[in-house]
Structures are given as structure tokens and as C-alpha cells.
Design a protein around this ligand. Structure first.
Ligand SMILES: Cc1cc2nc3c(=O)[nH]c(=O)nc-3n(C[C@H](O)[C@H](O)[C@H](O)COP(=O)(O)OP(=O)(O)OC[C@H]3O[C@@H](n4cnc5c(N)ncnc54)[C@H](O)[C@@H]3O)c2cc1C
Length: 302
């Protein structure tokens, strides 16, 4: 069931840039809703930081927890879901996630290092919305009774695949090549439910004229084509494709173009942190998050 949410500022991303922006918005007495997507902040890698002011050395996960705690303490709300579709040219703006349709007066994009087109599966971008999906709840019911493919390997993938199965889709899972031992229990759960698994297969291409028609998979050099009506991809959402569709201007590195006030090419939409390919540092992400929030607050006052 999709819920309708309203916020003053929607912040897409819960890294240092997004959480700093959320802190400033919430402390100013405005509603700040933060989306924290399936791929975690780069700070979640838990490296040691020696160049963040105020700490001789601090673990990045520990510092991230502090950012989160502080933003939440001042009233920012966190929704652990990806932004799947953006309508940013209108006023208000609308963003869709797996469980929510969000209306926001202003948006701050803080999604981290751009997920480049080069890392997309051939055919993925062209067929997104035409059989390629990132969300079982949103699009699964369209493929009830039909052969579909899911791609990924994580706890979330298991849940989404089981949801697709429960909806009545004939779903098969392609795991990709690197099956880590910690995912064995996930695979066991799927096996027990009778989900066909293509273990150690890689998804090489998605094909179709107007809609998804088939996929090309490969294992140990052997290539195979499988006819399917849809492909559900459960890994990072390709942010660059999402931004282009929303009408945001990207530069040649696929980074969001911003001015010195963190304003993007769209009115009421700001961006901060690695997504703008500035200094790619925690301190600069925090600084840009602060500027973006102050500009968003000024925009709300207009
Ligand atoms: C190994 C390593 C070592 C590093 N060492 C240092 C260091 O010593 N000092 C330093 O200053 N910096 C260091 N960095 C860089 C630093 O981690 C980044 O610059 C910083 O995390 C960028 O912050 P950000 O908020 O822009 O993005 P991130 O921290 O990457 O956060 C991005 C957020 O956006 C969310 N997101 C993405 N897409 C979506 C979507 N579609 N919908 C909803 N949410 C979405 C993600 O889930 C995440 O919450 C290091 C990075 C790495 C990888």
C-alpha cells in the first residue's frame, strides 16, 4: 500500500551531505525527510578519518552514526528507501519510493558518487519503465502469471523475490558471479520456496524492441538467452539515469551541475556532496549540505 507523505524539504541521501542538510532544515523548524537508499553511504565502509576537523582520528561509521543521531535528535525523519522516480520541474515536487509518494516544497540531492551509465547492464537504461524495474511492490503486479527475472544477491533481494513469487509472478533469480558465504542462508530460503536459481550466472544484456523480451545470461563462458517479460534489478539505483530523466543538468563526468549556492539547473532543487564531484571529502560534503539546506530554507521563504 503506497502512502502519501508531505514534507518541506526532501533530502535524497543519508551520508554526511544529506544528514547535515537534514540537521539544518529540522533545526530551523521545517520538516526534513531523508531517504536512505539500498547502497549505504561510503562512510559505512568503516575507514579511519584523520582529516575531519575536531577529531585526531575517528572511524567513519562512528562519525556517520553521530551525524544520524544529531539530525534525528532535531526532528529529521529517515525513510530507508530509494528514490525511484523524480518529478522535479513542478512546484511542489514529487518523489516516489517503494512505499511512498512524497510531496516536497524543495529537494536536496545528496546521493553520493554518481553511479555511471558505464556500470549499467546493456539495455537497462533504454528499457527502464518498459519491463526493467527496481521495485517489486511497485511493478510486480503487472507481471502476474508471467516469466520474469530478478537480479541481485542480498537480504533485500530475497525479500523482493519472495514478494514477486507471492504475487504470482514466475520469477527466476540470477545471482551474479560472486556468491559470498554469508548469502548462503538467503539462497537456502529461496530454494525452500521453490524459486529457480541461476547460481553464478551473470546478467549480460537485456533485450527488447519496445519492451523487455529476453535476457542474455552467461556462466563460465557459456551464453544463453531466456525469454522474459520483465527484469527486476536489486542493486544500486543508477542515479545518473534517474537525474537525466528528471531534467537535471549533468556534466561530462555525469555529476550534477551546481552553482556556488548548490543550486542545480532546476528551481527549488539543490545538490551537495560527492554527487556534484567537488572535493569528494566528508568535510566538503558537510559544508555543501549546510549551504544547500540554507538555500532550500531561503527558497521556502520566497
Ligand atoms: C575507502 C574510502 C576512504 C575514504 N577516506 C576518506 C577520508 O579519509 N576523508 C574524507 O574526508 N573522505 C574520505 N572518503 C570519501 C567520503 O566517504 C565521501 O566523500 C563522503 O562519504 C561523501 O558523502 P555524501 O554524503 O556525498 O555521499 P555518501 O556518503 O556516499 O552517501 C550517499 C547516500 O545517498 C543514498 N542514495 C544513493 N542513491 C539513492 C537513491 N536513489 N535514493 C535514496 N538514497 C540514495 C545512499 O544510500 C547514501 O545514504 C573515503 C571514501 C572511501 C570509499
Amino acid at each position: 500500500m503506497i502512502k502519501n507523505l508531505k514534507t518541506d524539504v526532501l533530502i535524497i541521501g543519508a551520508g554526511p551531505a544529506g544528514l547535515t542538510a537534514a540537521l539544518y532544515v529540522a533545526r530551523a523548524g521545517k520538516k526534513a525527510l531523508v531517504l536512505d537508499g539500498r547502497n549505504p553511504s561510503r562512510m559505512a565502509l568503516g575507514y579511519e578519518i584523520e582529516n575531519y576537523p575536531g577529531f585526531l582520528s575517528i572511524n567513519s561509521q562512528e562519525l556517520l552514526n553521530k551525524f544520524l543521531e544529531q539530525a534525528s535528535h532535531h526532528g529529521a525523519e529517515i525513510l530507508k528507501e530509494d528514490a525511484l522516480a523524480l518529478a522535479l520541474e513542478s512546484q511542489p515536487k514529487y518523489v516516489t519510493t517503494k512505499s511512498a509518494f512524497i510531496e516536497a516544497q524543495a529537494v536536496i540531492v545528496a546521493t553520493g558518487k554518481p553511479f555511471s551509465k558505464e556500470r549499467m547492464i546493456p539495455g537497462e537504461e533504454e528499457l527502464t519503465g518498459r519491463g526493467v524495474s527496481y521495485c517489486a511492490t511497485c511493478d510486480g503486479p503487472l507481471y502476474r502469471g508471467r516469466d520474469i527475472l530478478a537480479y541481485g544477491l542480498s537480504e533485500e533481494t530475497t525479500e523482493e523475490v519472495l514478494e514477486l513469487d507471492q504475487m504470482g509472478c514466475k520469477v527466476r533469480l540470477v545471482t551474479g558471479r560472486k556468491i559470498k558465504p554469508e548469502y548462503e542462508p538467503e539462497l537456502e530460503r529461496l530454494k525452500q520456496k521453490g524459486i529457480p536459481l541461476l547460481l553464478n550466472y551473470e546478467l549480460k544484456e537485456i533485450k527488447g524492441e519496445k519492451r523487455v523480451e529476453k535476457v542474455v545470461v552467461e556462466k563460465d563462458g557459456q551464453v544463453e538467452e531466456i525469454a522474459v517479460s520483465a527484469v527486476f534489478i536489486f542493486r544500486e539505483i543508477p542515479s545518473t539515469a534517474l537525474f537525466t530523466k528528471a531534467g537535471l543538468q549533468l556534466d561530462q563526468r555525469q555529476c550534477l551541475v551546481v552553482d556556488r549556492y548548490q543550486r542545480t539547473s532546476l528551481e527549488g532543487v539543490f545538490a551537495a556532496g560527492d554527487v556534484t564531484c567537488g572535493s569528494m571529502q566528508v568535510a566538503s560534503a558537510v559544508g555543501e549540505g549546510c549551504v544547500a539546506a540554507m538555500q532550500a530554507l531561503a527558497y521556502l521563504r520566497k
